[in-house]
Design a protein around this ligand. Sequence first.
Ligand code: G
Ligand code: G
Ligand code: MN
Ligand code: NA
Length: 254
Amino acid sequence: VLVAAELREAIEAGQLVLHYQPVLHLPSGEVSGVEALVRWQHPERGLLMPCDFIPLAEQTGVVVQLTRWVLAEATRQAAAWERAGLALVTGVNISAAHFGTGTLVADVHDALDAAGLAPERLVLELTETSVAEDPLRAAAQFAQLRVSGVEVSIDDFGSGFSSLSQLVSIPAGILKLDRSLVAGIEVRRSESAAAIAAVVGLGAACGMRSLAEGVETAGQLELIAELGCTHAQGFHIARPMPAAEVADWLVIRR
Ligand code: G
Ligand code: G
Ligand code: MN
Ligand code: NA
């Protein structure tokens, strides 16, 4: 079994890597950004996925150290893309434990400063599980970040972990529709369309853009665009890929 000490050493030894999944802006058809997704290149076990080690990281608090590494690496990469003329907004997932430390705002600004990246190029993604412990404290930290220009998104909205109170308490600019909402299109099309339209409308009424996750087919992409979703992400558009492949992928899809 994996232990926290091993993960801590792996971070220091440079065994974590980020893959990036493109995000499409539907009205323009342009790629507007990417989501950074961590993997652990384990010397014996091979490439480990987040589900193999993020729960351990969250339970032990190592996720704070992990997130600092992800922030540093993702902002460095985003700044490199920007210098290469690629205008991408990069998303980073934030975990619950980070709010309690009180260092989130400083950690984000340290990363932006070190990378020389504009705050507008970064989106912080949070799920309700990541704010549940102390919602007011979390909301205050996100408000500070938004004032400085960093975007915030509510992740996995429509899953078991999300609630309407998030929309009220968290100052977010983007609502990410959980992939279970999108997957429902194949099963109960009219009901799914109604649910997606309602969530998109709710987000819009709160001044939020909407990003559909887990778009796996052309049919799903077409429907979510019709329903007013502004952005989409999923295997039908592109799978998460190493940073080195992103520029080529952008050229090929044109
Ligand atoms: O990459 P994959 O599709 O397997 O990601 C699964 C989940 O792991 C995602 O839903 C995401 O919330 C989580 N995850 C991926 N990368 C990170 C990360 O850098 N930090 C945190 N806290 N969670 C991540
Ligand atoms: O919300 P979260 O941060 O967990 O989302 C990222 C996760 O979703 C990653 O694990 C990624 O591999 C996965 N993912 C991305 N696109 C798709 C898709 O189209 N279908 C499914 N099933 N999973 C996807
Ligand atoms: Mn996410
Ligand atoms: Na999600």
